[in-house]
Design a protein around this ligand. Structure first.
Ligand code: SIN
Ligand code: CO
Length: 376
């Protein structure tokens, strides 16, 4: 085998991964000074500004009008991209920020940063959002439903952590941006290039640029219970035969025709439970659902160093008795465990290392554009 799986090198400073997962992930914030020592941004402010003009890139421009007497009372304006190319001429000298989603799918140098976060499952990862702010710029006090690592890439940003918030926390009603009306500062730090802050879901935070400042948000995804139920039931209902029905032979006699007897509710619960209990169907659906790309394949500048999973692709696998069930971009296929592991680790693939069945799958994945094929 010519494949080498990536090392477990992380950017948690001296902290072992197991300790981070046990004590911080999904629970507590963590500041890691110089997580990326001597970090230099792999993309420039000009490149970020250029992306905001492109149709296929998801971007937002946020402009804040501060209230000199009350930092919680700023007026906020948000514009979704693509932006006009003269938009930057009309911007004030301070208090604006530009946010670009999925920059990892556009710039291979940003995608490479993700290799340092492979200790978290691929299918939990969402994207790298890059923000570029003028002094004073930010998106206001808010919380997210997702875990995020905030890596300071250029300039300095003052981060304040607040209280735990949730869906009932009061939000400003004069803007579509989800800005909290209350913020109780629990910690604050100035981050310099290479410093990184982990923030668990629901913890309020507020970042303000101290100078021209670029921040990379390595964000994760977590489906809501509502989405899990809706999407799974939608997927399995397509395969259910029309004659699979609620039945009531020998129903208990009742005095009033309106009575819904407890046994009917029990039967409905039993039907639903048995449908949800099909672990094989659930596993197949979960793998597909968690690898569905949220965004269209961008016209990425792919690295020209071999056959490997494309930066926009999402892949995961479940080991099986025969090998593995591999999921790529919402599709599923059987293959060897070695191939599934190599694909999911973004290593360069050498088709001749694998069986003919695996090679046929590789051909199909190349034809679909799920793998980049830049073999010299
Ligand atoms: C930012 O980079 O300005 C915002 C990132 C965040 O708060 O999640
Ligand atoms: Co946030």
């Amino acid at each position: 085998m010519t494949n080498t799986l990536p090392t477990t090198l992380t950017h948690l400073g001296t902290m072992p991964v197991a300790e981070f997962i046990r004590d911080y992930w999904q629970q507590k914030p963590l500041l890691i000074r110089q997580a990326f020592p001597d970090f230099q941004t792999p993309i420039s402010a000009e490149e970020i500004a250029g992306l905001a003009l492109e149709e296929e890139v998801e971007s937002r421009l946020v402009v804040e009008e501060p209230d000199p007497n009350n930092p919680m009372a700023s007026a906020w304006r948000m514009e979704h991209g693509p932006l006009d190319d003269n938009v930057f001429d009309g911007l004030p000298a301070s208090h604006w920020t530009l946010l670009i989603q999925a920059v990892d799918q556009i710039f291979p140098t940003v995608h490479k940063l993700l290799n340092r976060f492979r200790f978290i499952p691929n299918w939990r990862l969402d994207d790298v959002m890059v923000s570029y702010a003028a002094a004073g710029g930010g998106v206001g006090p808010h919380f997210d439903y997702y875990d995020v690592f905030l890596l300071q890439a250029e300039g300095r940003r003052h981060w304040r952590l607040g209280q735990m918030a949730n869906a009932t926390s009061p939000l400003r009603d004069d803007t579509d941006m989800k800005i909290l009306t209350e913020f109780e500062t629990s910690a604050d730090w100035v981050l310099e290039p290479g410093d990184m802050l982990y923030i668990p879901p629901n913890l309020a935070h507020w970042g303000v640029a101290l100078d021209n400042c670029m921040t990379f948000s390595i964000g994760f995804r977590a489906p809501s219970h509502s989405d899990l139920l809706l999407e799974f039931s939608q997927a399995i209902s397509e395969d259910l035969a029309a004659d699979a029905r609620f039945t009531d032979p020998g129903f208990p006699p009742q005095d009033n025709p309106g009575l819904i007897h407890a046994s009917a509710i029990d039967q409905a619960a039993e039907i639903l439970r048995s449908l949800l209990d099909d672990k094989a169907k659930l596993a197949e659906w979960f793998g597909r659902y968690m690898t569905e790309p949220k965004r269209l394949a961008p016209t990425a500048d792919e690295p020209s160093d071999g056959l490997r999973l494309a930066a926009y692709s999402r892949a995961a696998y479940i080991p099986t008795e025969q090998g593995a069930q591999l999921f790529i971009n919402g599709e599923s296929a059987e293959c060897s465990l070695a191939l599934a592991q190599a694909i999911c680790s973004y290593v360069a693939l050498e088709p001749s290392d694998y069986s003919l069945d695996d090679q046929a799958l590789l051909e199909e994945a190349i034809a679909e554009g799920w793998l980049t094929d830049e073999r010299g």
